[in-house]
Design a protein around this ligand. Structure first.
Ligand SMILES: [Zn+2]
Length: 337
């Protein structure tokens, strides 16, 4: 739940993380490390990578933090967006209105920015179908429904400069190559500096985060987002030495972090397989076995997403079979033979 009154009124961190790059961590309800806005300065455009969550006071908090490092908000020339989640792009339109900054991101982000409340309603409709499809209770969506009024207050904006795979964006002294790396979300975009510089990776990989695709209306029901995620992570770890994520500190050894996260994922996959029997069950029923009595409604969607990622990977290995019943409900069973 969004408890605005309890949000800190200072940034959680302001630190230089690479030459010409400063991380400002803005508070987000129930996220220990908040969300990062990276400020990129140099000869080229003064740039923000991601923007923070659109709660009352956060824009002023960001403006104050920027002023503190000598960058008046009005001087920001460009905003790069790593994906469509609201803790990352939520303040983009407000920043553009106060600075004339151009907004740069994938074309899909324009649909979200130009009608935030409309997009959110689409996600809510999807969420209701998703819960029903996987045997989960409708009250899983309660938290999402409570956020709808906030979304209705957001000013609409536009992606001024649509970018795609292989494009290069100048930011400060960096030439950033755009890569689509779907996984955490279908719009995940990483910006990799040419010449062994840092990579801005949003929520693609960060300390403590599981390798779990956050599902939503942009992911096809029969999509394979977990497999795509793993493939993208391998590429990113191979091409960038310093990752600047959307949450928490910089990642100086991406390969080590990815190895650890993959091991954690393997354990989850094994647990999901061990909990399955020969009788088909829904993902939600399986969750009741994997986490008996421990799935709170607050974390229900996340738990469901984690299980579906495991089931997708098990299915690809031929160890699990899915079946879609006539009522549209998806059920899973072991298929080791
Ligand atoms: Zn995200």
């Amino acid at each position: 739940m969004l408890r605005v009154s309890t949000l800190p009124t200072e940034p959680l961190a302001v630190e230089d993380v690479a030459p010409g790059v400063t991380r400002i961590a803005l508070p987000v309800p129930s996220l220990e490390h908040g969300v990062n806005v990276h400020v990129v300065r140099g000869d080229g455009p003064t740039t923000l990578v991601d923007t923070g969550i659109p709660l009352p006071g956060t824009l002023d908090l960001l403006a104050g933090a920027l002023a503190g490092i000598g960058v008046p908000l009005a001087d920001v020339e460009q905003v790069l967006l790593t994906h469509h989640h609201f803790d990352h792009l939520g303040l983009a339109s407000s920043i553009a209105a106060r600075s004339a900054a151009r907004i740069v991101g994938l074309p899909e982000l324009d649909r979200v920015l130009s009608d935030p409340a409309g997009h959110f309603r689409v996600e809510l409709d999807w969420g209701e179908r998703h819960a029903a499809r996987h045997g989960a209770p409708d009250r899983l969506l309660s938290g999402t429904r409570r956020a709808l009024p906030l979304m209705a207050t957001l000013p609409p904006g536009r992606v001024d400069v649509p970018v795609d795979d292989g494009d290069v964006v100048r930011a400060g002294d960096l030439d950033l190559v755009v890569h689509r790396r779907p996984g955490h979300s279908p719009t995940d975009t990483v910006f990799v500096a040419a010449g062994a510089g840092p990579a801005f990776v949003g929520d693609h990989l960060f300390v403590g985060a599981p390798i779990t695709p956050v599902l939503g209306s942009m992911v096809a029901d029969d999509g394979r987002p977990a497999a795509a995620y793993l493939e993208g992570l391998d590429r990113t770890a191979a091409e960038a030495r310093l990752l600047l994520p959307g949450h928490g500190p910089a990642i100086a050894d991406p390969v080590a972090l990815l190895t650890e996260r993959r091991a954690a994922l393997d354990r989850k996959v094994d647990r999901a397989h061990a909990a399955l029997g020969d009788d088909p069950v829904t993902a939600w029923e399986l969750g009741g076995r994997v986490w008996p009595g421990r799935i709170s409604m607050t974390h229900g969607l996340t738990r469901l997403a984690a299980l579906l990622a495991s089931l997708e990977l098990l299915e690809a290995r031929g160890r699990v079979a899915r079946r879609v019943d006539p009522d549209g409900v998806v059920r899973w069973a072991r298929d080791d033979g």
